[in-house]
Each structure stands twice: as structure tokens, then as C-alpha cells.
Design a protein around this ligand. Sequence first.
Ligand SMILES: Cc1cc2nc3c(=O)[nH]c(=O)nc-3n(C[C@H](O)[C@H](O)[C@H](O)COP(=O)(O)O)c2cc1C
Length: 148
Amino acid sequence: MPLDDLVAAVVDAVSLPVVAAGGLSTRDAVAHIIAAGADAVRIGTAFVATDESAAHPAYKAALIAAAGPQDTVLTTQFNEDWPDAPHRVLRTALLRAELTGNRSITPPNRDSRGDVSGMAMYAGEGVGGVNKVRGAGARTRELMAAVS
Ligand SMILES: Cc1cc2nc3c(=O)[nH]c(=O)nc-3n(C[C@H](O)[C@H](O)[C@H](O)COP(=O)(O)O)c2cc1C
């Protein structure tokens, strides 16, 4: 179900503030979902690729390299102590994990050592809108720029 249809349905059904999440990575996407009735947005992937994020540089670089949702995949590969919880990751990380057998849910961070390419690189379907590592403040201002 498209996020804007979901938000519109939820806004109709509840009398609480509604926070939209999932695939929001550009100013136009944020403005669109606010116009659809969301009161706020929750953003994950776009903040992984910020200077302040503790994500491993290779994880940030892989997010920047990903062109769009086709470079992500919904999987249950990374299920150690976390069964039956589908999660979306970069396809390259999943392919590597299938070879190495890695099932840890821990994403690669700046303290990770060795080959991190098969670690859980979580990524939303808006990853194609993340084209540069930026400061978190600059990214926030950019994302909110079209919200009046
Ligand atoms: C690195 C990373 C780790 C996450 N860990 C969790 C988690 O442990 N539990 C959870 O419910 N959501 C988790 N999320 C999902 C976020 O809370 C958020 O809902 C989601 O990232 C929003 O979609 P977006 O990434 O397309 O912006 C994670 C997301 C990322 C990018």
C-alpha cells in the first residue's frame, strides 16, 4: 500500500498525531507526505549517511552507491535472536551474507573490523534519494525545505 494512501487512511481513523515512516529521503517526499496529512516524519536511512552517524564508512558508501529500491531487498537473513522479523537491507549485503552465513542483526559501525560487506546494512526504499554523506543538520534542513 503506498505510504500516502496509508497515511490518509490512518489520519481518518484516529484522532492522534500521525508520524509517517518508510522510504522518505527527499524534500519532495517529505512535503508530499505532510500534504497527505502526516503530522511528522520519522527518517532512518537518510540519517545513517550523515557525518554524525556511527555507521561504518563502507555502509555509508554503499547507501550512497545504491540507485534505488531495486538495490534493497526484504529478507529474514539477519535473524539471530530476532526471528520472524522481515527487514529491508542492501541487496549487496544480503548476497554476501548468504555466502558467509552471517545472521547477526548488528549493522556495521565505525568500530567494526575486517570485511563488513556481509553485515546487516539496513536500507529503506528511498535509498536512491541519499546521494551524499552530509551533516545531520544540513540533511534535516534539506528534508524540511519544502514543508511550509
Ligand atoms: C540502521 C537502522 C536500524 C534500524 N533498527 C530498527 C530496529 O531495531 N527496530 C525497528 O523497529 N526499526 C528499526 N529501523 C527502522 C527505523 O526505525 C525507521 O522506521 C525506518 O528506518 C524508516 O524508514 P527509512 O529508513 O526508509 O527512512 C532501523 C533502521 C535503520 C536504517
